[in-house]
Each structure stands twice: as C-alpha cells, then as structure tokens.
Design a protein around this ligand. Structure first.
Ligand SMILES: CC(C)(COP(=O)(O)OP(=O)(O)OC[C@H]1O[C@@H](n2cnc3c(N)ncnc32)[C@H](O)[C@@H]1OP(=O)(O)O)[C@@H](O)C(=O)NCCC(=O)NCCS
Length: 182
C-alpha cells in the first residue's frame, strides 16, 4: 500500500511517514551532529514516539511532519511539515525540518519548507506561520529566512536558553513572486 503523498516539488516528495520509516528517521534524529542544538539526540523510544505523534497529528489536524524523500529514488532524507508548537506561551503552527547531514547545503530544506508554507496557506486558515529555533541554530534560522520569514521575537526558553521566532504572514506570502513555484 502506497503512503499518501502530500506535496511534490522539483526534487522531492513529501509523504506521510509511518512506522516503516523508523530506521531512516532514527539515523537522523539520533545523530549528535544533526541534533547538536537539541538537549540530546533522540533514543529509539523517542523516535517511535515522534512517529506516533505525527500519525496522531495527521488524524487530528490533517497535517504533521511529513517524510521528505528524493523523488528519483524514494530515499528518506528527512522530515518537514507543520506542527502546533508552544512559542513563548502560545500554541502556534510551526514549520519544522530535519535533513540528513550528507544532504545539507543543497537547498533541500528550503525546497521542502517553502512548499510546506505554500501548502499551509492554501489548505489551512492560518494567517501566520512560524518557525522557532535555538539562537545558536544558524542553519535553521537561515532556512526560515530563505523562505521569506522574518525574525519577530527573541525570548527566553527553558529548553533553548534563548529562542528566536520567525514568521511569515499570508499577506507577505501573497506578495512573494515565487509562491507555489517550489
Ligand atoms: C536546518 C537544516 C534542515 C537545513 O537544511 P539544508 O537542506 O542544509 O538547508 P538548505 O540547503 O535548504 O539551506 C537553506 C538556507 O539556509 C542556509 N544555510 C543552511 N545551512 C546553513 C549553515 N550551517 N550556516 C549558514 N547558513 C546555512 C542556506 O545557505 C540557505 O540560504 P540561501 O537560500 O539564502 O542560500 C539542516 O541544517 C538540519 O537538518 N539541521 C539539524 C536539524 C535542526 O536543527 N532542525 C531545526 C530544528 S529548529
């Protein structure tokens, strides 16, 4: 049975993840370099809970973090999508992403996150979308900026010490020339 494809971009498919993705996802989320801005890399149990959290999110909201796979081969290279996150005390729709490190700096996060942003403005009623990250996470911050977000807040965060929140409004998005072209 094929897994549901949500988004197609030039090089990627974003499809629903499932328990069969455990090994590939574990390779990413247990890697100390990839997870350097998190309190700790994930163990097996945490990765299993990550998958079930996303399956629940698909049911509850119609979105979650999706598997990012290379269109040509189906190789699982990361996750990207929307989840509800507590950003300085408010539950807000957040675009998140993790990419396997051998694929960093090739524009995959930008391609996935830009397409997720388009999807969210086209398929949900949210008028602002966020990404937040630890203040040291330059790659995550640069990815948010690269899809048209702006830093809207710096705030103390018990996990991250200091977090940056970036956001894009529906109006900003409508004014972007390139929307829906990912
Ligand atoms: C954040 C992450 C997903 C970016 O993935 P990526 O595929 O390498 O990103 P891209 O190649 O699409 O780059 C997107 C933009 O960020 C910039 N960028 C990416 N990594 C960067 C880095 N280490 N330093 C500075 N800029 C960086 C790119 O230059 C690009 O900007 P541009 O379009 O203006 O040139 C990846 O670094 C990652 O998986 N990090 C670990 C997991 C993580 O921390 N996720 C976020 C949690 S908040």
């Amino acid at each position: 049975m094929g897994l549901k494809v949500i988004i197609e971009t030039k090089r990627l498919l974003l499809r629903e993840m499932d328990t069969g993705d455990f090994d590939a996802l574990y390779q990413i989320l247990s890697d100390p370099v990839i997870m350097q801005h998190y309190p700790a890399p994930f163990d097996e149990d945490k990765v299993k809970r990550w998958i079930s959290w996303n399956l629940d999110n698909y049911e509850k909201y119609g979105f979650g973090l999706w598997a990012v796979v290379l269109k040509g081969t189906g190789e699982f290279i990361g996750d990207c999508g929307i989840t509800m996150q507590n950003i300085d005390g408010e539950m807000l729709p957040e675009i998140g992403y993790h990419i396997q490190k051998m694929y960093w700096r090739r524009g995959f996060a930008k391609e996935a996150a830009g397409a997720v942003m388009d999807w969210a403005f086209l398929n949900t009623g949210y008028n602002t979308l966020y990404s937040y990250m630890k203040y040291t996470n330059t790659a995550s911050y640069s990815t948010a900026i690269s899809v048209g977000m702006k830093k809207v807040k710096e705030y103390p965060d018990p996990v991250n010490t200091v977090s940056y929140a970036c956001a894009v409004t529906r109006q900003d998005w409508q004014e972007m020339e390139k929307h829906t072209s990912f």
